[in-house]
Design a protein around this ligand. Sequence first.
Ligand code: G
Ligand code: G
Ligand code: MN
Ligand code: NA
Length: 252
Amino acid sequence: LQLHAALDQAITNGEFRLVFQPVVALDTGRTCGFEALVRWLHPSRGTVPPLDFIGIAEESGLIVQLGEWVLRSAVAAAAQWPGPTYVAVNVSPRQFRAPGFVGLVQRALADAGLAADRLVLEITESLLLGDRDQDRIRSELDALHRSGVRIAIDDFGTGYSSLSYLHQMPVDLVKLDKSFVDTITTSPSQYDLVKGIIGLAHTLRLAVVAEGIETEDDRKLLIGAACEFGQGFLFARPMAAADALTWVTAAG
Ligand code: G
Ligand code: G
Ligand code: MN
Ligand code: NA
């Protein structure tokens, strides 16, 4: 049904919320940051998950306005957290390519009073490997990185994953996709593969955040694979902004 029209109005009507999922150090359990995840509280449908509307927002271009709202809301929330807790914001390729993205990030940080090193931008491999605008994208990533913003590759391992390109990019961390984590407890060969991916990331001086950690066995195996950071239901589900503030304040 007219999701696009509804989406357009949803921004004006204030129907979006952010939830925040802790990213923890796997050995100590200490919270290092949170990933911001958008939710649409549709008046009649209830909560619409991002997989049902991010694609539509990308196609229509609304992702630019929605992405600005997400970025500004996320850095405003992070400005209330004790340093150095960071916020990670998902940036879709179309949003990154829109004119003025770098300036927008800098204004959002300045307006919120948040240091640049407390923002992580999660981008996808497709942005780095696309066949147009590569020089411009590279120089904008460099500008963001030089200003202190950290860059993460989301869904790492699921795309083309030519690891060689990463080593020339201003990238700081990779998010190991949940689909890999899901298999490590049942398949020794998958576990070996995951160890290899993490080892390659470390060779490229990239830190690794494993996603979708649901069990203590997952956590132990990932520590055994030298993975530093993780997020998943074992630690916490995504939570409202007020709960994230309580969470990170209580954790000290
Ligand atoms: O929160 P959930 O697990 O349902 O998220 C599903 C997908 O939606 C994830 O892959 C995530 O990257 C994407 N997503 C969540 N929030 C945002 C957002 O604010 N912007 C973009 N571009 N993608 C998001
Ligand atoms: O695509 P991206 O990696 O940005 O989004 C992360 C998504 O994974 C979010 O929608 C979040 O709700 C979901 N997620 C986070 N931790 C877990 C987990 O432990 N199990 C499952 N099934 N989903 C998770
Ligand atoms: Mn993400
Ligand atoms: Na992911």
